[in-house]
Structure formats: structure tokens, C-alpha cells
Design a protein around this ligand. Structure first.
Ligand SMILES: Nc1ncnc2c1ncn2[C@@H]1O[C@H](COP(=O)(O)OP(=O)(O)OP(=O)(O)O)[C@@H](O)[C@H]1O
Ligand SMILES: [Mg+2]
Length: 300
């Protein structure tokens, strides 16, 4: 079943009003307070949806997010309610099969319009900025750092959350100006605490949690809560601990694998996005499955 069939199947669920299609997820109205979020197998890169589906990706991401939402409730409240839609609504067998494993009932939030990125290792756009100016998001780091070096303590580098197009780095001051100093401090400290929790858990799973992006929103009581997805290979970089200790930095067990392929392919990042060859799809699936399995097997 491909993502289009999933969406068509869902549109036939008479009681659920479709709210919006994200690049990866489909959002449905359930009640004023609750939404149904369905993760398809779509993949986006450089802000465009690619033509290929990655088999089971939506299920893997949903499983990983559920694990973290349940484990980190004490660190930060979140939007998670259930991954069993059948407990809340009558569903035909056919629809249930589509939804199974890729569906989350979530508390509807008023989104905070920033991507809350935490980095524990120097790579990606942060490394490129550091090479030029010795800074990351304008903040000076120690001199002499190499690609993949640990950043201790980890740093918070928010960006805007653009509805269309690319997200841009912003200073913490911009976040303070937009949502107030107290909430900006809460978002920052929760991001750093969640990352620290994730990094320690991932180490037990033989993974390096290199960096990650969180999204936050306000619940009805105006508490800051974490929403969307959490510590998945779509929203984070993962490396293998064994690679890292062998000095082999940056072998990506996450979406970076696809970005690297696309850059090498010579694509100019203008739409339409090219299709991925079968072997890239298969290898990406294998890497996501490894991360999924290792995280799911954790006993914290
Ligand atoms: N609890 C929530 N309340 C309100 N909106 C939410 C909640 N959880 C997630 N969202 C929003 O729902 C959408 C999820 O869809 P999806 O992840 O496909 O979006 P996207 O950001 O377009 O894609 P990508 O993550 O690939 O950039 C996002 O816009 C996200 O901010
Ligand atoms: Mg998203």
C-alpha cells in the first residue's frame, strides 16, 4: 500500500475530517481537543516530498516516537494519547489495517513556530558555519574542533518554522521576543533535557544521537508541551557508537543518507525532486529499521 492509497483509504473514514497534509503526516479532526495523526511512508528532503515511499517508514517513526513520548513524560509533557484508534472510534477492518501502527491520537496544540534544534556533535550546517567563523548560530565554540567532535555541553540552535520554503537560523533573542522570555527559557531547557535523556538512552542502544529537532506547542492550560514526532531518524541524526569509536564519523542512520545521495546525484534542489533508486530505498529502510529495533528493545 502506498501513501496515496493510505490517504484515499483515510478520506473514506466518514467521521474524520481531514485537516491538513504535511510532507509526511496526514492530520484529522477527532474532537476540539484531539487530533488523529497518521504517518505515511512519504519522505521529504530539502523541503520537498520525494516520489518514493519508504516501506513501513510511517510505522517505524510512530513506534519510535511513542517510545520516547512514554519514556519522557516526566521530563516534559507531550501530546501523546494513544496509538490505538480502535479504542476511541468504530473502524472497519480495512481502515484499521491501514491505520495500524502508524496512527497517533494526540492532544491538539497551539504550535510554537520554531524548530527547536539541539546539537551534541559538530556536523551539517553547524560545521559549515564553524569552519567559516568559529561560531554556531552566532555563538562562539572552542577553537580547533573537527567534524563530528562532541559539543559539550550540547547547544540549542533554533530556526524559524517556515510554512513554505526553508527554515532560517534565529538567535535565542528572537525566540524570546516572539513568545516571551519565560516560555523561551522553558522551550530551551526542555529541549536540552530531552536531548540529554535521548542521548543517554541511545548510547545504551549502541547509537550516537548526534542532533535532533523538537517541536513544541501550548496545550489548553497554556503549558509548553512537546508535539509532532520525537527523536526519530527523520528528525535527528544517528550514528553507530561502534563506527564513532573506530574513528569513522558521520555514517548516517537517518535521513542524512538520502540527502547525501541527492547531493551526489547532482540534483539542483529545485522541484520536482528526483526518484530514489531501489537500492537507496532498501538501504534507507534497513538503516531506519536498525534504529527502530534498537530503540524499541531498550529497557530504561
Ligand atoms: N499536537 C499537535 N497539535 C498541532 N499540530 C501538530 C501537533 N503535532 C504535530 N503537529 C503539526 O502537524 C504537522 C505534521 O505533519 P508533517 O510532519 O508531515 O509536517 P511537515 O513539517 O510538513 O513535514 P516535515 O516534518 O517532513 O518537514 C506539522 O505541521 C506539525 O507541526
Ligand atoms: Mg514534520
Amino acid at each position: 500500500m502506498n501513501s496515496e492509497q493510505i490517504l484515499n483509504g483515510l478520506r473514506s473514514v466518514a467521521d474524520l475530517e481531514h485537516i491538513k497534509s504535511g510532507k509526511v503526516r496526514e492530520m484529522f479532526h477527532f474532537t476540539d481537543k484531539v487530533m488523529v495523526m497518521v504517518a505515511t511512508d512519504r519522505i521529504s528532503a530539502f523541503d520537498l516530498v520525494l516520489p518514493n515511499d519508504i516501506p513501513s517508514k510511517g510505522r517505524m517513526l510512530t513506534g519510535i516516537s511513542k517510545f520516547w513520548f512514554q519514556e519522557t513524560q516526566e521530563v516534559c509533557p507531550n501530546h501523546f494519547i494513544s496509538t490505538r484508534p480502535q479504542d476511541f472510534m468504530d473502524l472497519e477492518e480495512e481502515i484499521l489495517e491501514i491505520l495500524d501502527g502508524r496512527t497517533m491520537l494526540i492532544e491538539r496544540m497551539d504550535p510554537i513556530p520554531f524548530e527547536c534544534i539541539v546539537r551534541g556533535y559538530l556536523c551539517g550546517s553547524a560545521f559549515r558555519e564553524y569552519q567559516k567563523s568559529g561560531t554556531v548560530n552566532g555563538v562562539k565554540l572552542d577553537e580547533g574542533l573537527q567534524f563530528g567532535d562532541k559539543i559539550e555541553p550540547p547547544i540549542f540552535t533554533p530556526t524559524t518554522k517556515a510554512e513554505v520554503g526553508h527554515d532560517e537560523p534565529v538567535g535565542f533573542e528572537a525566540m524570546q521576543a516572539a513568545i516571551g522570555e519565560a516560555d523561551a527559557e522553558t522551550v530551551k531547557s526542555m529541549s536540552l533535557e530531552l536531548y540529554d535523556f535521548g542521548r543517554r538512552a541511545c548510547r545504551q542502544a549502541g547509537l550516537v544521537l548526534v542532533d535532533t529537532k523538537f517541536e513544541f506547542g501550548y496545550n489548553r492550560r497554556k503549558d509548553v508541551c512537546v508535539m509532532d514526532e520525537m527523536l526519530t531518524p527523520d528528525s535527528s541524526r544517528f550514528w553507530l557508537n561502534s563506527d564513532y569509536t573506530d574513528g569513522n564519523r558521520g555514517v548516517p542512520y537517518d535521513k542524512e543518507f538520502v540527502r547525501e545521495y541527492l547531493v551526489k546525484s547532482g540534483w539542483d534542489k529545485e522541484p520536482p525532486a528526483p526518484a530514489l533508486p531501489e537500492e537507496i530505498v532498501a538501504e534507507l529502510s534497513r538503516r531506519y529499521a536498525l534504529v527502530h529495533d534498537r530503540i524499541s528493545e531498550l529497557k530504561l
